[in-house]
Design a protein around this ligand. Sequence first.
Ligand code: NAI
Length: 337
Amino acid sequence: MFARSAARSLTSQSRLFSTTAARLTKVAVLGAGGGIGQPLSLLLKSDPLVTSLSLYDIRGAPGVAADVSHVDTGSEVNGYAADKLDEALEGVEVVVIPAGVPRKMTRDDLFNTNASIVRDLASAIGRVAPSAHVLVISNPVNSTVPIVASTLAKAGVYNPARVFGVTTLDVVRAARFTAGIAGVSPAEAPITVVGGHSGATIVPLLSQSTHGKGIKGEVYDKLVHRIQFGGDEVVKAKDGAGSATLSMAYAGAKFTNALLRGLNGEKGVVTPTFVESPLYKDQGIDFFSSNVELGVNGVEKIHPLGQLSAEEEKLMEACLPELKKNIEKGRAFVESS
Ligand code: NAI
């Protein structure tokens, strides 16, 4: 599609990727044949910070790999069929997981299927690539991240600085929707989104944004609802045939690039992500999404939430009990398996 130098200038314009000094980074996509996996693999192929791409799925990954491998960027691409998971994970530093089934109704309805898929993939990561950074896209993220953490802990290789729930789509939607109301470019309206990644657990901190803080009343309520339930718009428009795939692939590639920049030593890479967090541990909530600085070790620093408005305090009251239940469900699944 475009050469590495061209990719640099194009992607810096589009703000999807930015780059620092070159370093060898092997990235695996588990679930690469799916609705998210395919465009995500393509976008990662276009990221100059990815030097090797390992595409795995129980269906179709070698075909996706052959296709994507013709793109004229520097990275090498390999595809792995169902029985080649261990080979796909060899030497991998970053594993992105969009494997599973997409939701038809709520994110929770896919728990049973996706919980086992994610647990089995995490167990293979623990065995073959125990020091990899694991980026979980598979829903319900509020439960699948604790599943990955508990599975790696069972294997004795869990490092909380290396397990991330990808909540970037909420951040992308918040900027896009807020910018639409404020009449500015989304790049000028970044919004910190905290909490978890489903419905009421998604808490946008509009009061901390230059263009969000003036939004009040009914417009505010509708905006918050749209950010929390934006995924439903896509599920409905696709007539139950799937959920967000293209915007999710964009968000997944954007978060992966942020992590790679941090791993490369770039300073000041800060973005919301769902990680093991001290912020609400005293309330029994071990995982939480807030602004996180990404660095050479993965999670470098977890930022506090800062000042919340009265409306945001109320949103947090709705978020916390639900998030706690989702996390406990994930943990209990691993304990009982
Ligand atoms: P899809 O059904 O199109 O693709 C899923 C892929 O996973 C398929 O190719 C399937 O063969 C593969 N797969 C199933 N079991 C596997 C296993 N054991 N190992 C490797 N691959 C396996 O689904 P789609 O639309 O790509 O969604 C994937 C996941 O991402 C879903 O759980 C969905 O809910 C979630 N999602 C997360 C979002 C987020 O913001 N974090 C946003 C949108 C979707």
